[in-house]
Design a binder for this molecule. Structure first.
Ligand SMILES: Nc1ncnc2c1ncn2[C@@H]1O[C@H](COP(=O)(O)OP(=O)(O)O)[C@@H](O)[C@H]1O
Ligand SMILES: [Mg+2]
Length: 227
């Protein structure tokens, strides 16, 4: 039932990628729906690609009109009923739809690339979440999700940004999503990571990182809900 919202008013930070990876991992044991509010419709295309190859859908993809906040809200509420997790993929702009979706969120993920410029832009996202918390008179739990981190080791910059965020008391998902070809390529053919034609090592690494990220998100949600 938890609604997990991917938001960052900046485009290209990894909202759609992290939504799709999370849905893949969670669908191994749960009923999942993605509400696709992104006008680029990458997730819908992923679904279409799967259908054209006769691959079964591991989770539901619900298309939502980004410019109709009330309709998006209805789609989210309806999806909450029949699914263990509802993942909302917002587009990269600050809109009423984003505010409404935040109002419904149990947990918000703010994906950013590990760069100082992106961290300051993420401040806009955090302000939006905090402002929306005031409107709805409830805390909206969120965490920054570092995306496209170096796959071989944590760079000096990444470590520096992490400690900056730590010092500022900004919550962070403890697992980062690494920069991986498999994560970019999965959109091309509508594949799950496990279905990709990869050698054992890249496959295992891409799967392990995807699943560790999803486990970390679930642990954070459980901690919030247990409060
Ligand atoms: N972890 C990653 N590894 C490789 N490519 C990535 C990763 N995250 C995002 N990308 C690529 O970066 C681009 C933007 O990502 P996307 O998820 O569409 O961002 P957003 O939804 O925030 O606009 C896409 O081409 C995507 O394939
Ligand atoms: Mg997107």
């Amino acid at each position: 039932m938890p609604v997990i919202v991917m938001m960052n008013p900046k485009g290209g930070t990894g909202k759609t990628t992290s939504a799709l990876l999370l849905a893949q991992a969670l669908s191994k044991h749960s009923q999942v729906a993605i509400v696709d509010c992104d006008r680029n419709e990458n997730i819908l295309r992923w679904q279409d690609n799967r259908k054209s190859l006769d691959r079964p859908m591991p989770f539901a993809v619900l298309s939502a009109p980004a410019d109709d906040a009330e309709k998006v809200m209805d789609i989210i509420i309806e999806a909450e009923d029949g699914h263990d997790y509802v993942i909302v993929d917002l587009e990269g702009v600050k809109t009423q739809t984003a505010t409404f979706a935040l109002g419904r969120a149990h947990f918000v993920l703010v994906p950013i690339k590990p760069s100082s410029m992106e961290i300051s832009l993420a401040g806009v996202a955090v302000q939006h979440i905090k402002g929306t918390s005031k409107v709805f008179q409830r805390e909206i739990p969120f965490a920054i999700l570092l995306n496209r981190t170096n796959a071989a080791f944590a760079t000096h910059r990444e470590r520096e940004l992490r400690s900056q965020l730590d010092e500022a008391g900004v919550p962070m998902v403890p697992v980062t999503i690494m920069q991986r070809e498999a994560y970019a390529n999965m959109f091309e053919d509508g594949e799950m990571i496990e279905e990709m034609d990869l050698n054992d090592t890249p496959r295992t690494k891409a799967l392990d990182n995807r699943d560790a990220y999803a486990d970390a998100v679930i642990a954070m949600i459980q901690q919030i809900e247990g409060k």
